[in-house]
Write a protein that binds this ligand. Structure first.
Ligand code: SF4
Length: 577
């Protein structure tokens, strides 16, 4: 059998995976997971993407690869064998245990002094920094950067103090976890190395260095066409992982043996929910509901608020209680929310915390500006001051509710939509300042305030002239989600139709008759990818596409107007009961 890296990583998930590939069909290469993580939307929204949109997303990864190749030639010298010079990645393969293991090297860089092997990821160095550890209130790094290359601390200036050394080794362990955010990239590179060093292309007489190329979180674009060094930072960072991938070779060899055993055993009995299923992530196993059919059924234990996959596995698999209604008194007493969810399902109770809801509503000042942004996060920043994956707001919807209950879906709605890929930050700010008037008080209502507040902060940094006005808007932001979820041990509002979730996708159908069904664009991921595909949209359909985007974003803020009304009605209902 020919086994690519993607297939190997899938087969390594568990003994059962191979059987599914035989009976259900093999998996296809997924979209770039790093890029997807930076786009708003749920895993299931991926199914709504068109082929053209998928191609544009994959094209974003290719642009990162090209930029990395250019930087490698500048920084390390020599020439590169890559997407540009050979029309594709460099294919290598080796035979082990009767199978052919294949890998595509993103960049091979032979120089006078040795060979550099580079795996490019459209991921940023942010996760690398999160490995840093704290001792006595001071953060210490696992990697240090020197001349644009990150190296392990032990290779430059090792920690000498025992306590520091212990903490360092603990943080370093994450690099060996193939399900860790950084560890998975390291493992990818280690597998590439395993295949390459057993292939006919490998020349053991030459020195080899193995790098990850990541997007530099500290880079701010200067607005030029090309990506040069700006304030000492380049958009690509190289991470030297020669030592770690060397240590990982025995692990990869063992994992290869393990996969061969899985194939030979052809085990079709193993069913569970394990970490390798990667449930709830863009890397989720495609056979998740085959192994866990209860996940397709409403009110299963996976809906329990604040539960982990381990809770789900324990209830569903070890204790044979896949439904929330199966939980016994001891289970229900573990968390007040679990008891509330059980009661909602079994006794059809509807939870309303009147006092908290009243308090939430009393803090709102009118006019209420129902605000929603749509944005696109490009891996390679496009405009001056932007960082890799900075969210660029391209659409704004605003419904203005001047007094409680006084808002017309059409007459009180204004919107902004960028119709091309030019920098629209000034237009967005002008739109906000024109339509949001807080001089006599008011509230800016959003759903999930972190997102809108961060965008307002970035706009203020980009256009400092209006920083104080934008800060004023930011200060007036209130999260409507807080009126439903609250901050206590129990939410403010709950009914079983929420299925334990408070995204607008669940809250809206639970409390209103508004639906996104039948809309050409019906989720944030689709809106962002539609914006990304502007240049390839048939001009004859372009206006139609823009209309669909406007309809979607308008619906988002109208949904908030309606949900606020729901909150007020719940208070009134109670006071008349
Ligand atoms: S869902 Fe989990 S247990 Fe089932 S095949 Fe996938 S990884 Fe294995």
């Amino acid at each position: 059998m020919r086994i690519s890296k993607t297939r190997f990583l899938d087969l390594l998930r568990c003994p059962r995976f191979y059987d599914y590939t035989q009976s259900v069909g093999d998996t296809i290469d997924p979209l770039d997971q790093d890029i997807l993580e930076h786009l708003t939307g749920d895993a299931e929204d991926l199914e709504t993407l068109t082929k053209a949109q998928e191609a544009v997303l994959n094209g974003l990864h290719e642009r990162v690869e090209r930029e990395a190749s250019t930087w490698v030639r500048q920084r390390l010298g020599g020439h590169t064998i890559d997407l540009d010079t050979s029309g594709g990645q460099h294919h290598v393969e080796r035979s082990v245990h009767g199978h052919v293991w294949t890998a595509e090297l993103d960049i091979l860089n032979p120089t006078d002094t040795g060979v550099h092997v580079i795996e490019v990821k459209a991921s940023t160095t942010s996760e690398l920094s999160k490995l840093d550890f704290k001792l006595n209130g001071v953060y210490h790094p696992v990697f240090v950067k020197n001349n644009h290359v990150h190296k392990l601390v032990e290779e430059t200036a090792p920690y000498l103090e025992t306590a520091l050394q212990e903490k360092y080794l603990k943080a370093r362990k994450n690099l060996f976890d193939r399900l860790h955010k950084v560890g998975r990239h390291v493992y990818d590179l280690a597998f590439q190395r395993f295949v390459y060093e057993g292939s006919i292309d490998y020349d053991s007489a030459k020195a080899h260095t193995y790098y990850l190329a990541l997007l530099n979180k500290d880079y701010h674009h200067d607005g030029q066409e090309t990506y040069d060094v700006v304030n000492g930072e380049h958009v690509i960072s190289l991470i030297d992982l020669t030592t770690i991938t060397e240590e990982l070779q025995s692990v990869v060899a063992e994992d290869v043996r393990q996969v061969v055993d899985y194939i030979d055993q052809h085990d079709n009995r193993y069913q569970n929910l394990i970490k390798a299923c990667q449930k709830g992530t863009p890397r989720a196993c495609p056979y998740l509901t085959q192994c866990n059919p209860y996940l397709k059924v409403d009110y299963n234990v996976d809906e329990l608020m604040g539960s982990s996959y381990k809770d789900t596995a324990r209830f569903a698999h070890q204790e044979s209680k896949p439904m929330i209604a199966d939980l016994d008194e001891a289970d229900r007493s573990k968390k007040p929310k679990w008891r509330m969810q059980y009661d909602a399902i079994v006794h059809d109770t509807i939870h309303v915390d009147q006092a908290s809801l009243k308090a939430f509503l009393s803090h709102l000042e009118y006019p209420v500006y129902h605000l929603d942004f749509e944005s696109f996060a490009a891996p390679l920043p496009r405009f001056k001051g932007e960082k890799p994956y900075q969210q660029h707001v391209f659409q704004v919807s605003l419904h203005i509710e001047r007094e409680a209950g006084m808002c017309d879906n059409t007459l009180d709605h204004v919107e902004f939509l960028a119709e091309d890929h030019r920098d629209c930050r000034h237009d967005v700010v002008a739109f906000l300042l024109e339509h949001i008037d807080l001089s006599a008080g008011g509230t800016v209502l959003v759903w999930h305030k972190t997102f809108e507040r961060e965008r307002l902060k970035e706009l203020a940094l980009a256009i400092p002239k209006y920083a104080s006005e934008l800060q004023h808007i930011r200060d007036a932001v209130v999260d409507l989600k807080d009126g439903f979820l609250g901050k206590g041990a129990l939410p403010i509002l709950y009914k079983k139709a929420l299925h334990g979730k408070y995204s607008i996708k669940f809250v809206l159908p639970a409390y209103t008759s508004i639906t996104y069904e039948g809309m050409a664009i019906n989720n944030g991921l689709l809106a962002a990818t539609t914006y990304a595909t502007y240049p390839v949209i048939d001009p004859a359909h372009f206006d139609h596409v823009l209309d669909a985007m406007r309809t979607y974003c308008k619906q988002d803020t109208w949904a908030m107007v309606t949900l606020l009304d729901v909150c007020r009605n719940l208070i009134e209902q109670n006071s008349t009961d």
